[in-house]
Design a protein around this ligand. Structure first.
Ligand code: ATP
Ligand code: MG
Length: 396
């Protein structure tokens, strides 16, 4: 088996370490690098400081074969990446006339004079290669250092994405895929119980496949990963074994989302759906209609929030609302979802997160009481997912 080729990413900028900006560039590059055959081993985030950037580049270039850096290529005094790269390469800086000309041309096109500090962007390491950047003023730069091919890209996400796709990916494409992943998705099953129920599968495949768990609200995803030759088959066999144990608990794989899966089931059966939402405030309808073509099965919904709306719009008996309260099984039966989303409105009997979900179909009505966790938006989000999952189970 060929040795795994590893990559690292360094993102540069004070704003990435002060809570100001979320680093989305690394995430974008991870997926792109993996698709081109690379195994990403490490991210580093560095301040706008020459020594810190230079030492991060040096250290990283000894650990991997490909290093992508982003940020710090602008014209201002806090843009230090190329000076730091020169220091890591142990060389000086030179002015690149092609970069000067290209920046000048961009300013002319805008009908503005080029400020003199933009010339700073044309100062590049004496060793290495300038790669033209038609989508911005900062040059992209390449040089080899220690074990690694090093590329320096702008920090602006839009520019970085374009340049990675159009200018870099062909140069770094290994022509095969090394890392394979699959995510099997469930709703409403705890992480630990999920792991316990598949422990024998994990043990059986542990030499070839790595297992992981990811909880997102009420969703739990089992992640499986394998590397190298035979990885694709190993993933398939492990996934089949997991399905053997978990069966219909798995609602989907990878990019599949629950509203889409429910929609397909409704289409397959020729069924239609209508909603009467209270605590979820229309979120279930929103999730269903995020899927294109939902009008084939989703007729519409009503968000009845106040008690008066529950009785006037949906005909929920006022005496029922008085007797059992709006958050109750009896009212849910007349509605679809009702609950306490919080932060206020909870009681000992019905604490925040108490939700009643009713499902009415040709073969009768069922009501379930759930205790969901989360803040207000979390409870609502989870209500929608639990509701769709109940529907999915019913439709199977
Ligand atoms: P360039 O190299 O293109 O000049 P820069 O880092 O020098 O970029 P900044 O002004 O620091 O220029 O960043 C440009 C924009 O890109 C800012 O809005 C910044 O927050 C954003 N940005 C920089 N790095 C990242 C990152 N890793 N993830 C997401 N956004 C980023
Ligand atoms: Mg910056």
């Amino acid at each position: 088996m060929e040795k795994v080729k590893t990559a690292e990413v360094i993102v540069i900028g004070d704003e990435l370490l002060s809570g100001e900006t979320t680093d989305t560039n690394s995430t974008y590059l991870d997926a792109g690098l993996e698709a081109l055959g690379w195994m990403v081993r490490r991210h580093t985030t560095v301040l706008d400081d020459v020594d810190a950037i230079a030492s991060a580049i040096k250290a990283s270039s000894k650990r991997c074969q490909l290093l992508l850096c982003s940020g710090g290529l602008g014209p201002t005094i806090d843009d230090l990446t190329l000076a730091a790269f020169a220091s890591a390469l142990n060389c000086g800086l030179r002015k690149d006339e092609s970069v000067v000309a290209s920046i000048q041309a961009k300013f002319e096109k805008l009908g503005r004079p080029m400020p003199p500090n933009n010339e700073r962007q044309a100062m590049v390491p004496e060793i290495g290669e300038v790669i033209d950047n038609p989508v911005g003023t900062a040059p992209v730069f390449f040089a080899h250092l220690n074990d690694a091919d090093v590329y320096v890209l702008p920090g602006v996400p839009r520019e970085l994405k374009w340049l990675f796709k159009e200018k870099i990916s062909d140069r770094i494409n290994l022509g095969y895929r090394n890392v394979f992943r699959r995510s099997l998705k469930t709703v409403g099953r705890g992480e630990s119980s999920l792991e316990y129920s598949i422990r024998n599968i994990i043990a059986k495949h542990k030499d070839k496949v790595q297992f992981g768990f990811r909880a997102i609200g009420v969703e739990n995803h089992i992640k499986i990963m394998a590397m190298g030759s035979g990885a694709e088959d190993a993933i398939q066999v492990a996934a089949d074994d997991l399905r053997g144990i978990l069966g219909d608990s798995i609602y989907g794989v990878d990019q599949e989302i629950l509203p889409e899966v429910v929609g397909e089931l409704l289409i397959g059966r020729g069924d239609t759906l209508a909603l009467a939402e209270s605590c979820s405030g229309g979120l279930i309808a929103k999730q269903l209609t995020d899927v294109a073509g939902a009008s084939a099965y989703f007729l519409g919904g009503c968000v009845s929030y106040a008690n008066s709306a529950k009785s006037e719009l949906l005909g929920v008996c006022e005496s029922l609302l008085k007797r059992d309260g709006a958050v109750s099984a009896a009212v849910a039966e007349a509605l679809a979802t009702t609950g306490v989303a919080g932060p206020s409105g909870g009681s000992a009997e019905k604490p925040v997160g108490t939700v009643f979900i009713a499902l009415a179909g040709p073969d009768g009505t069922t009501v379930e009481r759930k205790q969901l966790i989360g803040n207000r938006s979390g409870v609502r989000e989870n209500t929608a997912l639990v509701c769709l999952e109940l529907l999915r189970q019913k439709l199977l």
